[in-house]
Design a protein around this ligand. Structure first.
Ligand SMILES: [Fe+2]
Length: 287
């Protein structure tokens, strides 16, 4: 099975980013994968997200999607990220022939696909920054703001849900899915937006960079995956750094590959000619 995957198209961030969907459609038509996967961060607007997903309607392959933090941002008429995640985005995906994998896992032959947007519970906070948890909750450091503070607003039963509770909720959803498909398949491929393994986090000598790495993901998803006997491949997005690593920990039953292939923002992650960027950030893998 050939899987094409990418993430972090951010089509609303520049004219170069806006050109990505049509460019990768051309590559997908040429390479004809069996499965095409986007692991989040298409854009803020639900209307634009639907337009992007609809561009791939002519492809006959199976299309899978999980949203990223930018996709769930409370934006325009939509003021609740919880409703976007559980209701509006699954409908938008289905309407455009993408399977909303975080709601409905997908099984084909021996393989099962399940996933989650993932979130952060501050478990990735840097060890050498001795600051209180309230600062991480505030999402402001040295004059910089992590913009989820303003736009990621999860409200359920009229209460705003904390980052730790969002992480736990999504983690429970994910485990239920995993257990459901695990009975029927030999191998599992997981799709996340946030980073499930701290091994994939790049720390630098700048405290500001390391502070904001806290919002890259959470240990809980990775700690669950390493116990799994069926994981074959883990895909994620969010960090805007293209990476591929074998995760090897002492308690693992078998090592498996963890991969990201994000576009990110053209101004900081783009390549010229743009065709090079498109070929590099739309990745193909055989399983
Ligand atoms: Fe992103």
């Amino acid at each position: 099975m050939t899987i094409a995957y990418t993430s972090d198209l951010h089509v609303d961030s520049s004219k170069e980013n806006a050109r990505i969907p049509q460019a990768i459609l051309r590559i997908l038509k040429e390479k004809k994968p069996d499965v095409f996967i986007i692991t989040g961060d298409i854009c803020h607007s639900l209307k634009t997200l639907e337009e992007v997903l609809s561009i791939f309607k002519s492809l006959s392959c199976t299309k899978l999607f999980v949203p990223g933090n930018h996709d769930i941002w409370a934006h325009g008429e939509y003021t609740n990220s919880y409703i976007k995640y559980y209701d509006l985005l699954p409908k938008a995906a289905k309407k455009n022939d993408f399977i909303p994998v975080w709601i409905e896992p997908y099984v084909t032959g021996d393989y099962g696909f399940c996933g989650s947007m993932g979130w952060y519970d501050y478990s990735f906070k840097p060890e050498n920054l001795n600051i209180s948890e309230n600062i991480y909750k505030e999402k402001i450091y040295e004059g910089y703001t992590w913009m989820d503070k303003i736009y990621a607003i999860f409200i359920n039963d009229e209460k705003v849900i904390s980052d730790k509770d969002i992480t736990m909720l999504l983690y429970k959803n994910f485990i239920e899915q995993y257990r459901e498909i695990s009975k029927n398949v030999k191998k599992i491929i997981t799709l996340f937006h946030h980073v499930p393994f701290r091994e994939m986090i790049l720390h630098r000598k700048y405290p500001v960079w390391n502070f904001f790495a806290t919002y890259m993901g959470s240990d809980c998803f990775g700690d669950f995956l390493i116990e799994s006997k069926k994981i074959e491949l883990v895909l994620y997005g969010h960090s805007h750094i293209k990476q591929q690593k074998k995760i090897i920990r002492p308690t693992m039953t078998h090592p498996f590959t963890v991969v990201s292939s994000p576009f990110g923002y053209f101004r900081s992650e783009g390549l010229r000619p743009e065709s090079r960027w498109h070929r590099e950030r739309l990745s193909f893998i055989e399983v």
